[in-house]
Design a protein around this ligand. Structure first.
Ligand code: PHE
Length: 340
């Protein structure tokens, strides 16, 4: 009996000294585990003389109940304390503003390209894409520039190792593809895409850049339609008060050919460094589709007429945001790109 008493006292003392969950669980296996002291004490009953067994057995069971009840309470308190502590240290202020994850965005060239596309879409233009690797024939020949034509010098060209296969220097070969594919007129398309030129890279020229070509073919399409379309486009892209100026120019595949200027967005026409003191910014080349080109596209120039234009979205973006160096576009400097 006194052994049971001292077992109980020792066990309770040790339990009181347990400071966390793991010491508590160790205590439990020390007394209630398979080889635990409490079980050993219970088994002792068989070694006793029969007259003492009953009393010892009852007492041992009482001790067992007491110890296991004390253990359950101590464990419960300990877990509760731990929970409160973790609630305290891990507490979360749900009223704090969230953290904005870093997000990518469209490249300025793509944004501008899409603006141009939707502006023309509103005017009823469809989007057509044609290939970036072109035949010499499509890039030049069918556009009224037979081999050795001096105007080919206007487009410094990247050649491939396949004779006659080049990287397109402009989107104008798309005019032929569209006319050959879509019969009969009317045609009203824009052709966006990448172009390549074998040029020195400077603040104003890159070796790769986008162009957006426009082509309209129908009966009675006139220069007035071209000027109206361009003016509407310019005002949509740059604002209602924009002035447009037409200069005569030369392209082998348009006749007559024009270049289109817009009054300078920075100085409004007074003259500043952006417009080189002229008050005007050039935005595109254009003209009436040349009869030879019309024929090459499979249309009879006696019955049909059309206009075409070509512009560079990077240049449009530069004018819109007063960007001075075209090399920023492929420079991959996020400090520049993330501004737009
Ligand atoms: N393709 C010409 C260029 O790259 C632009 C242009 C397109 C001019 C259509 C007239 C008509 O410079």
């Amino acid at each position: 009996m006194s052994e049971l008493d001292s077992l109980k006292n020792r066990a309770l003392d040790q339990l009181g000294a347990c400071s966390d969950e793991s010491t508590l669980r160790n205590w439990n296996s020390q007394y209630f585990g398979k080889n635990g002291e409490m079980l050993a004490a219970l088994k002792k009953v068989s070694e006793l003389p029969p007259e003492s067994r009953k009393e010892y057995g009852q007492q041992a069971n009482i001790v067992k109940e007491q110890l296991s009840a004390s253990y359950e309470t101590a464990l419960k308190n300990c877990l509760e304390q731990a929970m409160l502590k973790s609630l305290e240290t891990e507490k979360l202020d749900i009223s704090l503003p969230g953290m904005v994850p870093p997000a990518g965005k469209l490249h300025l060239a793509t944004q501008t390209l899409r603006d141009i596309q939707s502006t023309f879409a509103e005017m009823g233009f469809q989007v057509f894409r044609s290939r970036e690797i072109e035949d010499d024939e499509f890039n030049f020949g069918l556009l009224n520039m037979p081999p050795h034509h001096p105007a080919r010098d206007m487009w410094d060209t990247f050649h491939t190792t396949d004779p006659g296969l080049i990287l397109r220097t402009h989107t104008s070969p798309g005019q032929i593809h569209v006319m050959r594919k879509f019969h009969p007129a009317p045609i009203r398309v824009i052709l966006p895409g990448m172009c390549y030129r074998y040029e020195a890279i400077t603040t104003r020229s890159e070796i790769m850049f986008h162009q957006v070509e426009g082509l309209v073919v129908g009966t009675n399409v006139s220069m007035t339609d071209l000027i109206g379309t361009i003016t509407a486009f310019t005002r949509k892209m740059f604002g209602d008060s924009r002035q447009v100026r037409i200069r005569s120019s030369y392209f082998p595949f348009t006749e007559p050919s024009i270049e289109v200027d817009m009054d300078c967005i920075v100085c409004g026409g007074k003259g500043c460094p952006l417009c080189k003191k002229t008050g005007w910014l050039e935005i595109m080349g254009a003209g009436m589709v040349h009869p030879e080109v019309m024929k090459n596209g499979g249309y009879d120039p006696a019955k049909y007429s059309g206009f075409a234009f070509g512009m560079g979205p990077e240049r449009i973006a530069m004018l819109r945001h007063a960007i001075e160096d075209i090399r920023e576009f492929w420079g991959n400097d996020l400090r520049f790109l993330s501004q737009f």
